[in-house]
Design a protein around this ligand. Sequence first.
Ligand code: NAP
Length: 259
Amino acid sequence: MTLLDGITAVVTGGSSGIGRGIARGFAEHGAEAVVVADIREEPKEDGPPTHELLEAETDTESVFVECDVTRRSDLTAAVDAAEAAGGLDVMVNNAGIWRAEDFLDVTEDDYQRMMDINLKGAYFGAQIAAERLVENDGGGSIINISSIAGLFGNGNWPTYAASKGGLTMLTYSLAHEFGDRGVRVNAIHPGGIQTMIGGEPSEPEAAAEQAQQFTQMVPLGRYGQPEDVAGAATFLASDLASYVTGESLVVDGGWTSWR
Ligand code: NAP
């Protein structure tokens, strides 16, 4: 028996970064099938598409579904693919964007795009998943990838923090609503994880200096990696977390431990 023996999962934003790490982690822990749902099939980092990687490295069945999480119909197609592959057990609402901004300069379009992807995408991903999990006699797990900004805010990226704060409250609300049907709903709050979410640094020297300052500030002394978040997601997806719902699991190397 492995931790995720026989489960079928959808991971939105699963082609790159943290989502790719979670998809790999699920496969390494014995998932039967993983649906990679993303607007892009090719990862931003080097290597083959996630679904090809999983099929090459593990016994997990994996498919790619082109999915823009701002469209409910695309999310439905991703969940349908999981149903076809064995029946949905775990939904990971991970797709998200981030950008630094000055609050006074944020336009309505900037605001809407951030909210549509980070909050609306996860909201309807959770709605479709919850409906299917209940129809399939209950049980299962919904994991929302929020952020430490979704717990504590951040003046350098206020729209992002607002979108992730909304996701945190959605998580707690759905845990309340669906607990009686055995559906667990939890949030993961990553800190600084090394991915290409903000794009390549435009000034590599400044970025290197920033990285040095960051690692000095974080108790564990390093950036997080997608695998670090994958470990937390694997736990929340598994029966080891059978009595855990409505929880916020911070994965930040201790960055916010002083709070
Ligand atoms: P990433 O490396 O940029 O990967 C995100 C993936 O989602 C990319 O493949 C991206 O494609 C895709 N995506 C973007 N918009 C989408 C949409 N509308 N529908 C479907 N897929 C979409 O980002 P990451 O760092 O892994 O972040 C994953 C999640 O973790 C996000 O929710 C993020 O807010 C959260 N998080 C990250 C960090 C961090 O330090 N990295 C910290 C806290 C929380 P494109 O790149 O082509 O848009």
